[in-house]
Design a protein around this ligand. Structure first.
Ligand code: KG4
Ligand code: ZN
Length: 333
């Protein structure tokens, strides 16, 4: 089945055309188009995403992207759109556009969960013969969420833990702002961290030793704030490297422990923060040390994109699950 998917939950307007095949035991995807129009430049002066500006940009971008795509006469069986979680004005822009298009083209609509999109984005990058072995442990790290799952199968999972305050990506963004780097902070911190010493400052590793799978990053952000105030001479490179190392230690430490406790054959990593090469390398190494497989989507599918929404919609369709067709800002896994 071919799906036209639309993603507008935050600051990327994205439209994708994806072919989904196979059943729940082995779904396969072919990404035919994955167009992402980033609004970073629009939000940068504000240091973060402004919801009404995001909506305005989505309303402007969607018809433009669709017009360009329509010229290529795409064929598809259904239209999928993110219904949550996300910023309500941004979500509504996509939902209304999808509704109008579905009516005009007489196609069925599928409402999709953005977090399932991140979770299933790994399947977009599988090699032809590659199959994810279960049980698996999945770490989903984005700007809004930090979630650890124990997966028995593609569709059966238990949420082991999540963040109690800031998400990992949010911590990257806030610390970046604190040391004078532009939005979004994740890629900026990663760039600087490459040139710094990760051992320069021994920042706290929040909740690493606690016997649960929850995370907390707001104290770490405050620790950076106090360090900057009291040690103005520490270089930005060292701050970035030391902060990044603290986040990585916690993410990798907790995920590795969960993988052991749940006898995971595979560790999955996804969400915007999975674009971080140091995190990918550290988790891959930790997985390999215990003979576990490691899977992360190609870079194209880490940050928000509509191809992953098509994957979530396809799997949802196979499960015969239906989501309410309205913006659901707090939808979760
Ligand atoms: O998944 P995503 O595109 O949007 C949400 O669903 O939130 O994730 C965006 C987040 C931002 O906080 C951004 O700073 C972070 O992912 N991010 C990174 C990197 N690239 C993006 N964090 C660390 N290192 C990166 N290379
Ligand atoms: Zn996202």
């Amino acid at each position: 089945m071919q799906i036209l998917a639309i993603e507008t939950s935050c600051d990327e307007t994205s439209v994708a055309l994806v072919e989904g095949r196979g059943g729940l035991k082995n779904p396969r995807f072919k990404v035919l188009k994955n167009i992402v129009s980033s609004q970073i430049e629009v939000h940068r002066p504000f240091g973060g995403v402004v919801p009404m500006l995001a909506k305005r940009e989505h309303l402007h971008n969607l018809p433009k992207i669709w017009k360009a795509l329509a010229k290529q006469k795409p064929t598809f069986d259904a239209i999928a759109v993110t219904v949550g979680p996300g910023l309500p004005p941004a979500l509504w822009a996509g939902i209304e556009f999808a509704k109008d298009l579905a009516k005009k083209l007489k196609k069925p609509l599928i409402g999709a969960n953005h977090m399932e999109g991140h979770l299933y984005s790994t399947w977009l990058s599988l090699k032809p013969k590659q199959k994810i072995a279960f049980p698996a442990v999945a770490l989903v790290v984005s700007g809004g969420h930090t979630i650890l799952l124990a997966m028995q199968s593609l569709t059966k999972w238990k949420k082991l833990g999540e963040t109690r305050d800031d998400a990992a990506g949010e911590a990257f963004d806030k610390v970046a702002r604190l040391i004078g780097l532009p939005y979004p902070g994740g890629p900026e911190i990663e760039k600087l961290a490459k040139k710094g010493n990760p051992k320069a400052v021994n920042f706290p590793r929040p909740m690493l030793r606690e016997k649960n799978y929850d995370f907390s990053f707001s104290g770490l952000k405050t620790a950076v704030l106090y360090h900057v105030r009291d040690n103005p001479k520490t270089s930005k490179k060292d701050l970035a490297a030391s902060f990044q190392q603290a986040v990585l230690d916690v993410l990798v430490g907790k995920t590795t422990r969960a993988a052991g406790d749940y006898k995971a054959k595979t560790i999955l990593l996804s969400g915007g923060v999975s674009a971080n090469k140091a995190l990918r390398a550290a988790l891959e190494k930790a997985a390999a040390a215990r003979g576990r497989k490691f899977s992360v989507p190609d870079f194209e599918f880490n940050t928000d994109n509509a191809a992953m929404i098509a994957a979530a919609a396809y799997i949802q369709k196979l499960r015969k699950k239906k989501l309410r067709f309205a913006a659901q800002p707090n939808l979760n896994l």
